[in-house]
Ligand binder design. Structure first.
Ligand SMILES: *Cc1c(COP(=O)(O)O)cnc(C)c1O
Length: 380
């Protein structure tokens, strides 16, 4: 699905010397690389505060701890996402409220969110799934109206831009009250291990969160709040700082691959290509709204699972993100949920398939992949 070796080969010298410098100085924890990366990411995103941490799941949890959410508070999130999002809600004894998503961009459905808001609702977690922003304008309006926090799960969307109805642009993860991201190796900005970060423009919240990530300490050995130990280590920060200048190039390479895939599948009756909804419905040449963490097709009137097997048999990796909706997972199922409210996710889990998507895909590979997909669905 990803070609991390090919990407590394291009930046090997810079990355190797950055890692070697950490080792030579033995500044493994909180070395100068962490601060440098934090500053550079703040500049790239145009956000006031980046707080690095150990992974994207921690980032979500810490954001919720920082906001002071309390057991019993309801947090609305998408039914169609990676489990990390709902896991941390449950872990903090908050009440997860899963809602349906849109059939075209796979992101949280605004009407479903509206229906789910109760007096106990305290936050909404939109997940910018597969690399494009949720409808942030509608979500921010709902947040204002109902006095809620918006926590952007930006693990899949780093580098994407959101354009509102006035034409104003902002980087994903800088629009809500707080956002989380992941630097897992296969994410759009990945390190060589685990890593994550929290973003916010709120000075007070940033201060609270800086304590939460460090055992609730604001002064050495004074623990004011219950915190966690969640750090981005210096080696990972060094890798990320070496890769950050390439992020836009990487995301462009992903968009080029998506454009080539789209072209090959255009007007195929059984294949729906991913829709780019934010002000740009065709991945135009200047598109900056989708960073294609995944390139996800919907397969109709064919056999998605047999297609996946056929691709694997031909040496083509593929993935089904996600095969089971969260509301049907043992850990998160709840008698409150009504199947009629999850029409879209229940359908998507049968139809979606994600094709290889990374920065090193070439035309020959795309040609082979698309031909193999089309040949199969034409005959099955
Ligand atoms: C990857 C991912 C996470 C978790 O990130 P980790 O760094 O693996 O903890 C959370 N949410 C979404 C949507 C993700 O894709």
């Amino acid at each position: 699905m990803v070609d991390l070796k090919g990407q590394y080969a291009e930046i090997k010298d810079v990355v190797n010397s950055a890692i070697q410098e950490v080792i030579d100085t033995t500044s493994f924890i909180n070395g100068p690389q962490v601060k440098a990366f934090q500053k550079n990411l703040e500049t790239y995103l145009g956000v006031k505060h980046v707080i690095p941490c150990a992974n994207g799941t921690d980032a979500l949890q810490i954001a919720m701890m920082g906001l002071g959410l309390k057991p019993g508070d309801e947090v609305i999130t998408a039914d169609f996402t990676f489990a990390a999002t709902v896991e941390v809600i449950a872990l903090l004894n908050l009440t997860p409220v899963l809602v349906d998503v849109n059939p075209d961009d796979f992101n949280i459905n605004i009407e479903a969110v509206k229906k789910a808001i109760t007096p106990k609702t305290k936050a909404i977690v939109p997940v910018h799934l597969f690399g494009q922003c949720s409808n942030m304008e509608a979500l921010m309006a709902l947040a204002k109206e109902h006095n809620l926090y918006i926590i952007e799960d930006n693990a899949q969307g780093i580098g994407a831009k959101y354009t509102n109805s006035k034409g104003e642009k902002a980087m994903s993860g800088t629009i809500g009250h707080v956002a989380s991201t992941s630097f897992f190796p296969s994410k759009n900005l990945g390190c060589y291990g685990d890593g994550g970060a929290i973003f916010t423009n709120d000075d007070d919240l940033a201060h609270i969160i800086r304590g939460v990530v460090n055992h609730g300490m604001y002064k050495r050995y004074h623990h004011d709040v219950v915190g966690v130990n969640s750090r981005l280590d210096s080696i990972q920060a060094a890798v990320l700082d070496a890769k950050l200048p390439h992020l836009d190039t990487y995301n462009n390479a992903r968009r080029n691959a998506a454009r080539a895939y789209n072209k090959a599948f255009v007007n195929h009756e059984k294949i729906t290509t991913p829709k780019t909804v934010n002000k740009c419905d065709s991945i135009c040449d200047t598109c900056d709204c989708h960073v294609f963490h995944q390139y996800t097709l919907k397969i109709e009137n064919s056999d998605r699972d047999a297609l996946a097997k056929h691709l694997n048999d031909n040496g083509i990796p593929c993935g089904v993100y996600y095969p089971i909706p969260l509301h049907k997972q043992k850990a998160y199922a709840d008698s409150r949920y009504n199947e009629a409210d999850f029409k879209v996710t229940n359908q998507l889990i049968k139809e979606v398939i994600s094709l290889p998507m990374h920065t090193e895909l070439d035309n020959e590979q795309i040609d082979f992949i698309t031909k193999t997909v089309i040949e199969f669905v034409d005959n099955n």
